[in-house]
Design a protein around this ligand. Structure first.
Ligand SMILES: NC(=O)C1=CN([C@@H]2O[C@H](COP(=O)(O)OP(=O)(O)OC[C@H]3O[C@@H](n4cnc5c(N)ncnc54)[C@H](OP(=O)(O)O)[C@@H]3O)[C@@H](O)[C@H]2O)C=CC1
Ligand SMILES: CC1=C(/C=C/C(C)=C/C=C/C(C)=C/C=O)C(C)(C)CCC1
Length: 297
């Protein structure tokens, strides 16, 4: 029980209710994203489940509506491995909604065999970092108009092993599936810190999160990790426990002074030296804009 408690601590104890608030959660059809969306709906927010598989999303939306009694749970198609899909999602969302108070960049892939997104980006960097970078960019004006508002980026402890190899960002010179995931999770933290610097005074704040080691489908590409997760399933976090730090960063009152910080178990957490490097963060920002055809400012 002690090991289990140690690996599963951190509970979002905020009593904040969210009527009239609008939230988008990416990858909300399963795992941590699903539990995050459920709790936001439970607190009265209108929640958009941004999923690449609409059918899976609709099943989960019905489940959340039934469990919470909140009918304002909506599914919209978003494939982060395709910038056309990201742009289409943002265009429809901006036309449909007056506000966006909470954006949870949660979707992720881990340890997939070498593959590329529709736009030719390496899959981990493409989905986990560049896809969310573009989505956030496209929704930023709406977030500013809805301030106070928040962007939560779900990263990982795995960022400690990450490096941003600018000469090999698409993994074409060398590739390791585990490290590619770590690099993309480092990019999530660097993005959060640079975004926080650029958003100072706008009323939009941003946080990165390590959710803990969570029993989810993230390990689907690695038979060894699947086996480990199954073997230790009693000790690792449930998806509901894994959602607590994302929820804490999204709704806790007074967190604005910690804009740009990294959180784990609902507390500020230490990040690697690479993740604190402002030069790398600025360069990654510029390179990401360049790759995505976003004007640099
Ligand atoms: N589980 C853990 O121990 C840890 C998780 N994390 C992070 O937590 C986040 C959530 O992961 P978790 O819930 O564990 O994993 P899951 O695999 O259970 O969920 C990942 C979600 O991301 C979605 N997704 C994957 N690719 C895309 C895409 N191209 N476009 C849109 N959505 C996509 C999946 O959709 P679909 O179902 O259609 O594949 C799914 O909804 C990730 O960012 C992960 O890196 C960080 C540290 C540890
Ligand atoms: C060593 C070890 C464990 C820890 C695994 C860890 C710490 C995994 C971290 C995974 C991450 C960070 C994934 C996604 O980002 C277990 C399974 C708890 C128990 C068995 C021994």
């Amino acid at each position: 029980p002690k090991i289990r408690k140690m690996l599963s601590s951190g509970v979002c104890t905020s009593t904040v209710q969210l009527p009239g608030k609008v939230a988008v959660v990416t990858g909300a059809n399963t795992g941590i994203g699903k539990e995050t969306a459920k709790e936001l709906a439970q607190r009265g927010a209108r929640v958009y489940l941004a999923c690449r598989d609409i059918q899976k999303g609709e099943l989960v939306a019905r489940e959340i509506q039934t469990m919470t009694g909140n009918q304002q749970v909506l599914v919209r198609e978003l494939d982060l491995a395709d910038t056309k899909s990201i742009r289409a999602f943002a265009k429809d969302f901006l036309a449909e909604e007056k506000h966006l108070h909470i954006l949870i960049n949660n979707a992720g892939v881990m340890m997939c065999p070498y593959s590329k997104t529709a736009d030719g980006f390496e899959m981990h960097m493409g989905v986990n970092h560049l896809g969310h970078f573009l989505l956030t960019h496209l929704l930023l004006e709406k977030l500013k108009e809805s301030a106070p508002s928040r962007v939560v980026n779900v990263s990982s402890l795995a960022h400690h092993l990450g490096r941003i190899h600018f000469h090999n960002l698409q993994g074409e010179k060398f590739y390791n599936a585990g490290l590619a995931y770590c690099h993309s999770k480092l990019a999530n933290i660097l993005f959060t810190q640079e975004l926080a610097r650029r958003l100072k005074g706008s009323g939009v704040t941003t946080y990165s999160v390590h959710p803990g080691t969570v029993n989810s489908e993230l390990v689907r590409h690695s038979p060894f990790m699947k086996w480990m997760w199954w073997l230790f399933s009693f000790f690792i976090k449930t998806p509901k426990q894994g959602a607590q730090t994302s929820l804490y960063c999204a709704i806790t009152e007074g967190l604005e002074i910690l804009n740009g910080h990294h959180f784990s178990d609902c507390s500020v957490a230490w990040v690697s030296a690479q993740a604190r490097n402002e030069t790398i963060a600025r360069r990654l920002w510029d390179v990401s804009c360049d790759l995505l055809g976003i004007p640099m400012d």
